[in-house]
Design a protein around this ligand. Structure first.
Ligand code: HEC
Ligand code: HEC
Length: 193
């Protein structure tokens, strides 16, 4: 969270000055490892969403913010990441790319550890998260710039998740909140009840 948020704010501090120069970016360290080590929302998504909130807080009942946020979440859930190859990596290793299937740190990092056959506390896993953070910073800047340039590139949630939400969401039986990829946690062997 700190690296996604900080890298964008530090560039703005350089290019624009205040109020970015005095923004207390250190506060964003709270988001590390899915918020204080709890493995919940991945800091990459949390940091990107904080940046989206910084630039889109008043508009349109939050509609634009939600759409830009969805762009980041769907990218994070569905792309094989990381692909970014730093010029001077902190750890000079080949880092496997994997599809997280979830915005949650716990699920995302476990899926990566399985794919890469690395343990969750290994230097490779840390390097994976560093590169993923760099890629998240690039992604959110793209999303914000595309919006600012009138080229929003809204992606839609998967049809399967759409169908779950149709029945379980606000206009259905109203027993489920959210738009995360349901299949990360609910897998039905054969028949859905
Ligand atoms: C056509 C409507 C419909 C669709 C589509 C649908 N569900 Fe359901 N779902 C139901 C109904 C009806 C129940 C039973 C509700 C009950 O027993 O109260 C249910 C039950 C569930 C339960 C509770 C299961 C249990 O053991 O009690 C979960 C979890 C669930 N659905 C998840 C999903 C997910 C995830 C998807 C998408 C892959 C999905 N549903 C798609 C209608 C739907
Ligand atoms: C991170 C894991 C996770 C994800 C992702 C997730 N769920 Fe769940 N869901 C749970 C857990 C845990 C429960 C609680 C199960 C229980 O208490 O039996 C639950 C409960 C439910 C229930 C049952 C509510 C009830 O009254 O019995 C429904 C329906 C449901 N989820 C639908 C969905 C849908 C639709 C999605 C996708 C939009 C989704 N879930 C995404 C973990 C998840």
């Amino acid at each position: 969270m700190y690296s996604v948020f900080g890298s964008v704010i530090m560039q703005l501090a350089e290019g624009v000055g205040e109020p970015f120069r005095s923004f207390p970016i250190e506060m964003m360290r709270y988001g590390a490892t899915g918020v204080g080590g709890w493995g919940s929302l991945c800091g990459v998504v949390n940091g990107a969403s904080a940046l989206i909130g910084l630039f889109h807080h008043g508009d349109d009942d939050g509609k634009i913010r939600e759409e830009l946020n969805a762009d980041v979440c769907l990218w994070y859930e569905n792309e094989a990441l990381p692909t970014f190859q730093p010029e001077n990596p902190a750890l000079d290793a080949r880092i496997t790319a994997s599809i997280s299937g979830s915005v949650l740190c716990h699920i995302s990092s476990s899926a990566w550890c399985k794919a890469a056959q690395c343990d969750a506390f290994s230097p490779q896993r840390r390097e994976r998260c560093r590169r993923l953070s760099a890629e998240g910073a690039m992604k959110v800047v793209d999303v914000l710039n595309n919006k600012a340039n009138g080229r929003p590139d809204f992606v839609d949630i998967a049809p399967e998740v759409h169908s779950c939400i149709e029945c379980h969401g606000s206009s259905g039986q109203r027993d489920s909140l959210g738009m995360m990829n349901c299949m990360a946690c609910h897998q039905f062997d054969g028949e859905h009840p």
